[in-house]
Design a protein around this ligand. Structure first.
Ligand code: PHE
Length: 406
């Protein structure tokens, strides 16, 4: 990193001590998978959007937002861990790549009472088949007049259930959540109105998931308590997939301060945010999250707009495995190491994991050994090419993390 500025989407930002976006990550901002109608991410997006037909849908917002939009406007505490440079990509201290679509809540809620926002979001993370530093979220929110919310919602739910008919019973859902001191009602809210909004939220999302999984008769859905700075009470929906509960969305009753700031103090509302890749993995049976980024026709040509169909695996190219060992510096964070791996090798890295570590009995220095699995989604990689990458990686690791290789 030598230049003093970073340019994204035609805008230039001045770097400072926070800047940690890399060219590999910035390249992703141009891909816009959710806008390619035959891409699984976009197919799921469109199917979900069709269950919220009269919502205003925004899907072309720039991924570059201010820390105010991503955190402060959403009531994140000043020391919230999500703000850490190890978890978030910063252009500089004030400007970042959004970590969630909630970053646009305040703005869109000033414009409409029923909104959807779909976008690519960025989080620094480990590397494996289910973690990738870029993914796609859909945000939804609906606002009601606080005074008439109870009656308005009753009418809406009655109408929906009549329209859904038998389909509304097709999926078993479990909800053991109640309002507790740990997951409280906001002081500003009337209890009956808040409970009606919570009911409508879960009802709407149950209907959405039933529609999405209409072909899977025994899908199991459950609701659990959750915590977000910008909603209270808050919940997560999980679905049972291959014997494990998988989180698909977070949601809750919007913090009243946000509605006040949006110029709508007399409204009450709910919001949710869901991960599109998670649902696409399950619905299409896609085994590796990196496939979403594949440019291989054998992937891209498989799908059609608005249609869920099982992914047909094609043969994988061979893997090439390399290990790297080093003495860790005092402040070592695995995400920083993964970032360098990703920056040097990009999507050719399938997986990075710690295979060995020990602390020297005398010096107390800690040594780690990481195994890197290189494999391309699209082509054969040569051993010579991987050796070269590995050599580059060794240099970069020394230079950027000031470690001693072993
Ligand atoms: N933004 C939250 C996340 O990324 C999800 C969420 C959205 C939760 C809206 C509540 C309300 O995890």
């Amino acid at each position: 990193i030598t230049t003093e500025t970073i340019t994204v989407g035609g805008q230039t930002y001045t770097k400072d001590a926070f800047s940690n976006v890399t060219p590999t990550i910035l390249e992703k901002t141009t891909r816009q998978l959710h806008l390619i109608p035959t891409h699984p991410v976009a197919i799921i997006k469109d199917l979900i959007a069709s269950t919220f037909p009269d919502f205003k849908h925004y899907d072309t917002f720039s991924p570059v937002v201010t820390t105010k939009e991503n955190f402060d406007d959403l009531c994140f505490a000043a020391d919230h861990p999500g703000r850490a440079v190890t978890d978030t990509y910063y252009l500089n201290e004030k400007v970042m790549l959004r970590t969630h679509t909630s970053a646009h809540q305040l703005k869109v809620m000033t414009e409409s009472d029923k909104i959807l926002v779909t976008a690519d979001v960025y989080r620094r993370d480990e590397i494996d088949a289910s973690h990738y530093p870029v993914f796609h979220q859909m945000e939804g929110a609906q606002l009601f007049d606080a005074k008439t919310a109870v009656e308005d919602i009753k009418a809406l739910i009655t109408r929906d259930l009549a329209a859904a008919g038998a389909a509304s019973k097709a999926i078993q859902t479990t909800d053991t959540t109640v309002i507790t001191p740990e997951n409280p009602k906001q002081a500003a809210h009337d209890e009956a109105a808040m409970l009606a909004v919570a009911d409508h939220l879960k009802h709407s999302l149950n209907l959405m998931i039933r529609r999405l999984f209409s072909h899977e008769k025994d899908l199991q859905v459950r609701w659990i308590d959750a915590t977000f700075p910008f909603t209270s009470p808050s919940w997560e929906m999980e679905i049972l997939y291959q014997g494990k509960w998988l989180e698909v969305l977070g949601c809750g009753v919007i913090q009243q301060d946000i509605l006040k700031n949006a110029g709508k103090p007399d409204k009450i509302g709910w919001a949710f945010g869901l991960g599109l890749e998670r649902l696409a993995l399950v619905l299409f049976g896609i085994p590796d999250i990196r496939l979403f980024w594949s440019q291989d026709e054998r992937f891209l040509k498989q799908f059609e707009p608005s249609k869920i169909q099982k992914f047909k695996p094609f043969s994988k190219y061979p893997a090439c495995i390399k290990d790297i060992s080093f003495w860790t510096p005092e402040k070592f964070h695995e995400n920083n190491f993964c970032e360098i791996v990703r920056d040097v090798a990009g999507d050719i890295v399938e997986d990075v994991h710690l295979i060995d570590e020990f602390t020297h009995p005398k010096t107390k220095k800690r040594s780690v050994c990481y195994r890197i699995n290189y494999r391309s989604m699209d082509r054969n990689v040569t051993n010579a090419e991987i050796n070269e990458l590995q050599e580059k990686l060794r240099e970069e690791v020394v230079q950027r993390m000031k470690v001693d290789l072993r």
